[in-house]
Design a protein around this ligand. Structure first.
Ligand code: PGA
Length: 253
C-alpha cells in the first residue's frame, strides 16, 4: 500500500515571517503523520527558517525546494544547488513544475539533468508533468505526459527511482479553479503507472507515489483520493491557508 502524500507548494507568495507563521499554524494542529505524509515547499529565502521550526517541533514534515540547479557548483549567479538545499534543511525538491517549464522555458532535457543530479545528491524528487489545454483538446494529453515522463526519467536507474514522486498537474487546472475530474485524473495516473511498470517493473511501479495537482481544495480532495492510482496531492493556492491545507491533509476523516 502506498502511503498518501500531501505537499504544499507555496510558490513566490510569502515572505520569511509569513512562511514561518504558516508552518507554525500547521504545527499547532495535531495531524496523524502515520496516516498521511506531509510536506511543504517554501521559497529559498524562507526554507531554512521553516525547516528549523519543523525540526525544533520534532514533527516529520518534509521540506522541499521549489527548484534546483542542474549544476553542482560554480559561477551560476542566482542559482541554488542541491547541497545548498540539503544544508538549509530540505530533504526534497520539486522539479519541472509547469511554471518552470512555461514561464522560465525549462526543457525536458534540462529537467532531466536536474532530476539526475538531485537524485544523486539524495534529495527526494517530485517530478512534475502535465499537458496544456490545447493538448487535452487535441486528445494527445496522455502521449504528451508520457513523453515528459520518459524524458524526465531518462538515465534514472532502478535503485534511484524509488526516491521519485510523480506529480501530474494539467497546466489548465493550475491556479484556475478548474480541476480535472477524478476520472480524468485517474486515467492519466493509471497511464503513468503503466509506463513506470514497463520501465522499472511492477513491484517498483506500485511503490511510486503519483500526486495530482491543479486547484486541489478541501471540497474536491476526497473524491480524487478515492481513485486507485491517486496517491496524494501537490497543492498550491489552498496550501497558503492553514485551515484549508489542514482539511486537505485530513481528507480521510
Ligand atoms: P494550485 O497549484 O493548487 O494553486 O492550482 C498547484 C501547483 O501548481 O502545484
Amino acid at each position: 500500500m502506498r502511503k498518501p502524500l500531501i505537499f504544499g507548494n507555496w510558490k513566490m507568495n510569502l515572505d520569511v515571517k509569513q512562511s514561518d507563521d504558516l508552518v507554525r499554524s500547521l504545527l499547532s494542529v495535531k495531524l496523524d503523520y502515520g496516516m498521511v505524509d506531509v510536506g511543504v515547499a517554501p521559497d529559498f529565502c524562507s526554507l531554512s527558517t521553516v525547516a528549523r521550526t519543523i525540526r525544533d517541533m520534532g514533527v516529520p514534515i518534509s521540506v522541499a525546494g521549489q527548484n534546483v540547479s542542474q549544476h553542482e557548483k560554480g559561477a551560476f549567479t542566482g542559482d541554488v544547488n542541491a547541497d545548498m538545499l540539503l544544508t538549509a534543511g530540505a530533504d526534497s525538491v520539486i522539479i519541472g513544475h509547469s511554471e518552470r517549464r512555461t514561464v522560465f522555458g525549462e526543457s525536458d532535457e534540462l529537467i532531466n539533468e536536474k532530476v539526475r543530479l538531485a537524485l544523486r545528491c539524495k534529495l527526494h524528487t517530485i517530478l512534475c508533468v502535465g499537458e496544456l489545454l490545447a493538448e487535452r483538446e487535441a486528445g494527445v494529453h496522455v502521449e504528451k505526459v508520457l513523453y515528459q515522463l520518459g524524458m524526465g526519467l531518462k538515465g534514472v536507474s532502478v535503485d534511484r527511482v524509488n526516491n521519485i514522486v510523480i506529480a501530474y498537474e494539467p497546466v489548465w487546472a493550475i491556479g484556475t479553479g478548474k480541476t480535472a475530474t477524478p476520472a480524468d485524473a485517474e486515467e492519466m495516473h493509471a497511464a503513468i503507472r503503466k509506463f513506470l511498470s514497463k520501465t522499472y517493473g511492477p513491484v517498483i511501479a506500485n511503490k511510486i507515489r503519483i500526486l495530482y495537482g491543479g486547484s486541489v481544495k478541501p471540497d474536491n480532495i476526497g473524491a480524487l483520493m478515492l481513485r486507485e492510482n491517486i496517491d496524494g496531492a501537490l497543492v498550491g493556492g489552498a496550501s497558503l491557508v492553514a485551515e484549508d491545507f489542514i482539511k486537505i491533509i485530513n481528507y480521510y476523516k
